[in-house]
Design a protein around this ligand. Structure first.
Ligand SMILES: Nc1ncnc2c1ncn2[C@@H]1O[C@H](COP(=O)(O)OP(=O)(O)OP(=O)(O)O)[C@@H](O)[C@H]1O
Length: 625
């Protein structure tokens, strides 16, 4: 028999007990109630009809009855009923909801949260009711497209709401037009506050509930498998925002009609993205393509989005048409370094910072180390991304250099460095990538095994071996059961693979060009950087290992080598045969002619040249010749 959850909410935590009972017909729900309590007694809620059914539960239109000695009020509310959870998950989810309730107090641009209840054993999030969403508005339009003017207006409202939640550390992870609600004054309001995140890891009673961190059409590459391809971060919402805006502009949902598996393949494996319509103002096109960058570090933050949307709205003419007001200050992607302007804008240099030349993205060695180490002594205030003055040891005058070519080094570390924890933690890979380091030493690191950033201090980290795209790697001999599947060659030895991509948590995407695969067999594998070592032609000690390394480059090496060997042997055989034939036949003919007419007997020129050839070829002449 199912158990009935009885919950008591207080400002600090939820207390709950489980009693035997029918979850569909709860007997009693005991709860404390005060002004600061999010708890709403279920009998105070009257569900009227269901508005919609989403992947993370149903939304109902309901009436909330509030009464005190002085007043009796009835409010229309929307109730999000979460899926039925297993008993052991209830407490965790209730605690998360409780925390969310207090975090959302005072947030202006997100749907108001009235409280939390439990009806029929299901956790209910009680929200303000709005007449409709952007999704509903699009559904009513003939072509489903929203005008650029309205897209910018709604986009600004939405970015403000997301920014408010981000400032409280909340990730939304479920941005889409149906989760952007519209007020009576046609303002956009954020209608979801990270419900996928609240439910992540929960065991649902119904097995068809997706254990997914969002709605597939809008999910960023790292969102599909945050522990493997993560971490999820604020920039994950930039992807969802980008998809939402593209849908508003085109009237077409990203990956519409595609099965979930195909969406995964397109976004995660093939690095595909929603199509940005052409003809947009360049600043909007630029920011949208930034939102849809595969590597989250290259995406803009909400603050960048807000700036661009606001300036683009100002640039719109009174008729809603586009008016040119200048070029965008942020470059899309630097061709020399491979970093986007959004990546570079995440850290601003200050006087006194220690800096060094920035490595090109995904490179192991710096291309030019103009500045191995220097101190910023002056900033060019006239340009956003201007030049700075750097004092370099041994150079008399400060060097004037572009800020984008430098990175800040704090306590010996810079964002992008490969690091490992001094004290190993079994929950995640020991090796990861540093994403940020504050001047006071606080760091965020992406590690395989963690869904979000590891946060700590630089004193807990040390440098680790770095990897780059193009390197060949092999599994370490002492790794008996690797974190990810790794292919073996004929004979059972681990194959060597080539790094084709590096994920933000240091996870290596490895291709095996030397592996002959058949139709459904994968040729792309993942690797934990702590479990592999780099192999190169130079470091292979023996000839056979060098050959094996070449063979690992491509599956055709062995067949081509065999074919080449056979061809050489055949050619050599034919050459010798031809030469032998040429040499033997005149002797035979001549011997015969000698017997027949005796004309050639005693021809010294012929006999000596034949003898020479035969001697060179090592053929023994019969005695007497
Ligand atoms: N506070 C609200 N007021 C009015 N309508 C709402 C409110 N919250 C959600 N809705 C509407 O209810 C419908 C269902 O919402 P719900 O969020 O459950 O579905 P979804 O967004 O499709 O899925 P998901 O569970 O992934 O969020 C949507 O059309 C949404 O616009």
């Amino acid at each position: 028999m199912d158990k009935q959850v009885i919950a008591t909410l207080s400002a600090s935590s939820f207390d709950y007990v489980l009693l035997d009972g029918d979850v569909e017909h709860p007997k009693t729900v005991k709860a404390s109630s005060s002004n600061t309590d999010p708890w709403i007694k279920p009998e105070m809620l009257k569900l009227r009809h269901r508005i919609g059914r989403g992947a993370f539960g149903d939304v109902w239109l309901a009436t909330h009855h509030q009464s005190t000695e002085d007043y009796d009020e009835y409010h229309e509310v929307a109730v999000k009923m979460l899926p039925l959870l297993r008993e052991d998950q209830m407490k965790t989810v209730l605690e998360k909801c409780h925390e969310l309730y207090f975090q959302l107090q005072g947030v202006a641009r997100a749907c108001g949260l009235h409280g939390i209840s439990i009806i029929n054993g299901r956790i209910c999030i009680v929200m303000s009711f709005y007449e409709g969403s952007i999704g509903d508005k699009m559904a009513r339009l003939r072509d489903g497209r929203i005008s650029l003017l309205d897209v910018l207006r709604y986009g600004i409202n939405l970015a403000q709401g997301i920014q408010e939640l981000h400032s409280k550390g909340i990730l939304i992870l479920n941005l889409k037009p149906s989760n952007v609600l519209l007020t009576d004054s046609d303002q956009a309001i954020l209608g979801d506050f990270g419900i996928p995140n609240i439910l992540l890891g929960s065991a649902f009673v119904s097995s068809d509930m997706p254990n997914r961190l969002g709605t597939p059409n809008y999910m960023a590459p790292e969102q599909w498998q945050p522990e493997v391809r993560g971490p999820i971060s604020f920039e994950t919402d930039s992807w969802g925002f980008g998809c939402t805006i593209v849908e508003m502009l085109t009237g077409v949902q990203p990956w519409y009609g595609h099965p979930v598996r195909e969406m995964y393949q397109s976004v995660v494996e093939k690095h595909e993205k929603a199509h940005i319509p052409s003809g947009l103002p360049s600043s909007i096109e630029n920011i949208l393509s930034g939102c849809l960058e595969y590597d989250l570090r290259n995406r803009p933050l909400m603050v960048d989005i807000l700036t661009v949307f606001k300036s683009s709205l100002n640039a719109l003419g009174d008729d809603g048409g586009w008016r040119y007001i200048g070029t965008n200050t942020v470059t899309v992607k630097s061709s020399s370094t491979g970093y986007t302007g959004w990546f570079l804008s995440k850290d601003h240099l200050k006087v006194g910072d220690t800096v060094r030349s920035r490595k090109p993205s995904n490179s192991c060695r710096p291309q030019n180390m103009d500045v191995p180490e220097g101190i910023v002594v002056g900033l060019d205030r006239n340009a956003d991304y201007g030049f700075i003055l750097v004092r370099v040891h041994g150079v008399h005058d400060p060097i004037r250099i572009h800020a984008s070519t430098l990175e800040r080094v704090t306590n010996g570390l810079a964002a992008g460095d490969w690091v490992c924890l001094k004290e190993e933690n079994e929950n995640h890979s020991p090796v990861g990538i540093l994403h940020s380091i504050n001047r006071d030493g606080r760091v965020t690191v992406g590690f395989i095994g963690l869904q979000t950033f590891w946060k700590g201090n630089s004193s807990e980290l040390e440098m680790a071996e770095s990897y780059c795209v193009g390197q060949f790697v092999k599994l370490k001999a002492n790794v008996l059961s690797p974190r990810f599947e790794w292919p073996r060659k004929r004979g059972g030895a681990w194959a060597a693979g080539r790094i084709s991509w590096i994920l933000p948590n240091g996870c290596l995407v490895v291709k095996f060009p030397g592996l002959l695969t058949f139709r459904d067999e994968p040729n792309i594998f993942l690797a934990d950087p702590s479990e592999v070592y780099a192999v190169s032609f130079r470091t292979c000690p023996k000839m056979t290992q060098k050959y094996q390394h070449i063979e690992d480059h491509h599956w055709t090496v062995r067949p081509v080598l065999i074919a080449f060997g056979l061809l050489t042997a055949m050619k050599l055989g034919m050459l010798i045969g031809r030469k032998m034939g040429r040499k033997m036949s005149p002797i035979a003919i001549d011997n015969e002619s000698q017997h027949e007419d005796g004309k050639s007997v005693g021809n010294p020129t012929w006999t000596s040249s034949v003898a020479n050839i035969l001697f060179r070829e090592g053929v023994k002449l019969p005695t007497g010749q």
